[in-house]
Design a protein around this ligand. Structure first.
Ligand code: AMP
Ligand code: ZN
Length: 488
């Protein structure tokens, strides 16, 4: 493994500090991130969290780790509480759209997968579903009961927080004290069944509104919300793995309860590092479905949101997100997006200039020091904004060399090209088309127009018209000039 990454430090929510990162198995990393509940299309806030963990994944890969990245899809058990009523969000959407629950999940998963391509996210190693792991969830619940940390009552099973507290620290992650939670939880359903107000459901007895029901040793029902992540992370990564991530809003109760379930079943904490990505805000408020202040990732790319008067390329949005650290909140505004668009153009232009930069015998500046700063930034808890600042230091140098004020030798130029491409393309996940989508089409269009030109030379008007009309249908108009053919 490369020397450069020796210094990677990750902020661990468990300790509240940056800790040197040492994976359990040398050179291999196991990472679990809580994925989306697909009862509707993920909004741009959800995407921010997934983009941030895509950055983490990309950097770990870039420095040579063999990473197993597991991100689940919640397609069962996501019970929300609205007005004191427990409701399965997928079942609710299924009734509303008159579809089966898994039709709902499939519909939105197709969109989610498409968004990941549009926003250039690397696919995780596996995206397991909760419904595909009901048996594993049941087995873990059985172990927790066996160990005395859960009890069955009236067809449901609850985690026994009071008993657990005698052996483990409930609140270790979130810092919450159980006693302080009482007011928050009192209103919820099923308080009568629970021995203690903070006990949480591992298995819920079926009720007549449930659209998905499974058999279990405790009768028909469905799993609680937290148990799926324990079942799937254990199955694919083992009882204890390296990194567990998710949005900050999941720290409590979801992640606290995942820890309790792991300790309560295997006796071991699930993850050594807990990472939490901060929220995308709109006018200072968390973007969320319930507040109605959300934008769909597709709308921003199409320019159909009410907030912005133009469209932005996904590349610009990614760059905008990378310009703030994953643990900071980020406000989505048109001014900020415009600034990102300009910055990205400057960066990609400089990379073009770099490719054609004249070389000298000697470099007048220390290229290795510039490159070291890229690694230093990312080794400091994946600090992408500092990385971008370091990339712009390099941009300054590139422009100075281009203007003849500085010099660079062949070796340093090759180093700078490979490291800048590595960080901009592989780590930040940007593409070199700046703010424009269309440039990505250029090589394809060059080929298509050449074929059309050949057809015309052969007086094969049929093929030539076929190509022109086909392009027109795809929204591309071709103009034949005197000297050349252009397209829009
Ligand atoms: P959900 O589908 O609601 O379970 O959320 C999927 C992921 O998106 C979780 O990791 C949440 O923490 C995250 N998330 C939800 N809202 C936001 C937001 N406004 N900004 C960033 N992440 C969010
Ligand atoms: Zn989870």
């Amino acid at each position: 493994m490369d020397q450069k990454i020796k210094g990677l430090k990750i902020y661990n929510t468990l300790s509240g500090s940056k800790e040197p990162f040492e994976p359990i198995h040398k050179d291999a990393v196991g990472m679990y991130v809580c994925g989306p509940t697909l009862y509707s299309e993920p909004h741009m806030g959800n995407m921010r969290t997934f983009i941030n963990f895509d950055l983490v994944y990309r950097y770990l890969l870039h420095v040579g780790y063999n990473v197993k990245y597991v991100r689940n899809i919640t397609d069962a058990g996501h019970i929300t509480n609205s007005a004191g009523q427990q409701e399965d969000s997928i079942g609710k959407a299924a009734k509303l759209e008159q579809l089966q629950p898994l039709e709902i999940v499939y519909k939105y998963n197709v969109r989610f997968q498409n968004l990941q391509k549009i926003y250039n996210l690397l696919p995780p190693t596996i995206e397991p579903t909760a419904t595909g792991h009901i048996q594993e969830q049941i087995e873990i619940i059985e172990k927790i009961i066996e160990n005395g940390f859960a009890y069955a009552v009236n067809g449901s099973v609850y985690f026994d927080v009071q008993t657990y507290k005698k052996s483990f620290d409930y609140g270790a992650l979130s810092g919450r004290k159980v006693e302080e939670l009482e007011n928050e939880t009192r209103e919820l359903n099923a308080q009568g069944e629970k021995r203690f107000f903070a006990d949480f459901a591992l298995w819920k007895k079926a009720n007549e509104n449930d659209m998905q029901i499974w058999r279990s040793p405790w009768g028909d029902g469905n799993p609680g919300w937290h148990i799926e992540c324990t079942a799937m992370s254990t199955k694919y990564l083992g009882e204890t793995f390296d990194i567990h991530g998710g949005g900050l809003d999941l720290k409590f109760p979801h992640h606290e309860d995942e820890i309790a379930q792991s300790c309560g079943s295997s006796g071991k904490a699930p993850a050594n590092f807990w990472m939490h990505a901060n929220m995308l805000n709109v006018n200072g408020k968390k973007m969320s479905k319930s507040l109605g202040n959300f934008f769909l990732p597709q709308e921003i790319v199409e320019g159909s949101t009410a907030l912005f008067d133009k469209a932005y390329s996904p590349n610009v949005l990614r760059f905008f997100m990378m310009q703030s650290h994953y643990r900071s909140t980020l406000d989505l505004t048109q001014e900020a997006l415009n600034a990102s668009e300009k910055g990205l153009t400057r960066l990609t232009e400089a990379m073009e200039i770099l490719n054609n930069l004249p070389t000298a015998k000697q470099s007048s500046f220390d290229t290795e020091a510039l490159v070291r700063d890229f690694y230093t930034a990312m080794n400091d808890d994946f600090n992408a904004p500092i990385l971008i600042a370091a990339l712009f230091d390099a941009v300054k140098k590139i422009n100075l060399v281009s203007d003849g004020h500085e010099t660079i030798n062949e070796t340093d130029k090759a180093l700078l090209i490979s490291e800048m491409q590595g960080f901009v393309l592989d780590v930040l996940g940007l593409t070199l088309d700046g703010g424009q989508n269309d440039n990505r089409l250029k090589p394809v269009m060059d080929l298509v127009l050449e074929l059309r030109q050949q057809a015309r030379s052969n007086k094969d008007w049929g093929t030539s018209d076929l190509i022109r009309d086909g392009l027109k249908n795809a929204g591309i108009t071709v103009k034949d000039g005197k000297e050349s053919t252009s397209w829009q």
